[in-house]
Design a protein around this ligand. Structure first.
Ligand code: HEC
Ligand code: HEC
Length: 370
């Protein structure tokens, strides 16, 4: 009896040591060098610094891996859809559709948001940032990147499958090794994939080369209509109306990083919103119908507008705000009839056009590697 137990133990030790032996692990990656280099991130001039801990966590290898994953349909169930299908760099990382359609052809209920500058929505300890999505339901880009893959109206895949596909792939295991120092293909996880995607998204920044920012730093002057639009937006001229925009779309990020009801829905009670928005996350009735106020950089490129893409043009958006919107208990008090005349509405639009900055397209790291 004792003898057979001894044999059994010896047998297990043999198995364990076999598994530990790199030569017998077909997924072994330890022969590949792991020497990640810091990513040289450039923050757009005039935009806030990012926390050192975040900037220091970005590596060239991690960003490259994330870039590949972002543009690769391998993440979807039928290999037809990548993140970039709905976040196209040439459409300021949106799809220009009212609501997005997933692999099954099923339409979602929300409009794709840009991924530009979204790293500023990450929630850091001590900072009052909003989180990701129209309702802020996830805290940061790493948590966000998990969701589209498994969302049935987006990529409709399951992570264990994706991880298997990545393990079998001819180049991804090596890229995971170089990014994260894993020693075996079996250490590829959805968390590492999401981490890489988040690193990639963190470098897609915009704003510093907009006319608006260049005027701020004295390189340019506004045209007369842009100047009037800016004065309306920021309430800088007491002789013309206050368009109230800056309260919720504040400089320099052109967002106040918060949720509001901006009066787009006509409802009788706070229970009537078709999409509860923030209220669906907090379960606070007064948050129903509140959504994240998006950044307005590149806004001319990302039509249609609002969480459900209900407005086709910026003219319609401006008409909405000028009207004061629909009343609701929780409509923000800054949403009120503005009294802008036609010229002032055009000037406001001219100002919004100064918020365009597509120089991120000049960085090859941002574009598809395929
Ligand atoms: C089928 C289209 C579709 C695909 C594919 C898709 N997204 Fe999205 N994305 C959306 C929509 C729609 C939203 C807004 C959803 C919401 O608020 O509920 C969104 C929101 C986001 C946001 C939040 C931005 C912000 O300002 O809060 C990020 C970041 C993002 N997507 C990244 C990704 C990544 C990374 C992938 C690939 C893993 C991906 N998306 C795949 C449609 C898509
Ligand atoms: C009380 C806060 C508030 C004020 C004031 C405000 N907005 Fe908004 N804005 C929002 C919110 C919240 C959304 C998103 C609402 C939604 O999708 O349901 C939004 C959305 C937008 C959008 C669409 C963004 C997109 O990506 O689809 C544009 C454009 C816009 N606002 C421009 C303006 C302009 C111009 C002004 C001034 C005339 C203004 N906003 C004033 C809160 C505000």
């Amino acid at each position: 009896m004792i003898n057979s137990i001894k044999w059994l133990i010896a047998f297990f030790i043999l198995i364990i040591s076999c598994n530990d032996d790199p030569k017998t692990d077909p997924g072994d990656l330890s022969h590949i060098a792991y020497a990640p280099e810091p990513y040289p991130l450039t923050i757009p001039v005039g935009l806030p610094k990012l926390p050192d801990s975040l900037v220091n966590s970005l590596t060239r290898e991690g960003v490259q891996l994330g870039r590949h994953l972002f543009y690769d349909p391998i993440l979807s169930s039928d290999s037809t859809m990548s993140c970039s299908s709905c976040h196209n760099p040439h459409k300021a990382f949106t799809d220009n559709l009212p609501v997005s359609t997933g692999v099954t052809g099923m339409a979602g209920n929300r409009s794709a948001m840009t991924v530009l500058n979204t790293v500023y929505f990450n929630i850091y300890a001590g900072h009052n940032n909003t989180g990701l999505f129209w309702d802020g339901r996830v805290p940061d880009l790493k948590a966000q990147a998990i969701e589209p893959v498994q969302n049935p109206i987006e990529m409709h895949e399951v992570w264990p499958n994706v991880v298997e596909k990545l393990k079998r792939h001819s180049t991804y295991p090596e890229m995971f090794r170089k990014s994260f120092g894993i020693t075996s293909k079996n250490q590829i996880t959805k968390e590492l994939a999401a981490n890489a995607i988040a690193q990639f998204e963190s470098i897609i920044l915009t704003g510093g080369n907009s006319i608006f920012q260049r005027v701020q730093r004295g390189e340019l002057f506004f045209e007369a209509d842009q100047q009037e639009g800016s004065d309306l937006y920021f309430n800088r001229d007491l002789l013309i109306p206050d368009a109230q925009c800056f309260h919720c779309h504040a400089a320099p990020l052109m967002t106040a990083n918060d949720f509001f009801n901006n009066g787009i829905d006509s409802i009788k009670s706070l229970d009537d919103f078709k999409d509860k928005g923030r209220g669906g996350v907090t379960n606070i009735r007064f948050d129903n119908g509140k959504f994240k106020a998006p950044s307005l950089y590149n806004i001319v490129l990302t039509a249609p507008y609002m969480h459900d893409g209900r407005f086709k043009t910026l003219e319609e958006v401006i008409d909405h705000y000028n009207s004061g919107g629909h009343s609701a208990e929780n409509k923000n008090p800054f949403i009120q009839p503005l009294g802008l005349n036609n010229r002032q509405k055009k000037s406001l639009l001219a100002f919004l056009k100064t918020l365009t900055d597509t120089t991120y397209l000049e960085n090859p790291d941002v574009l598809s590697p395929f």
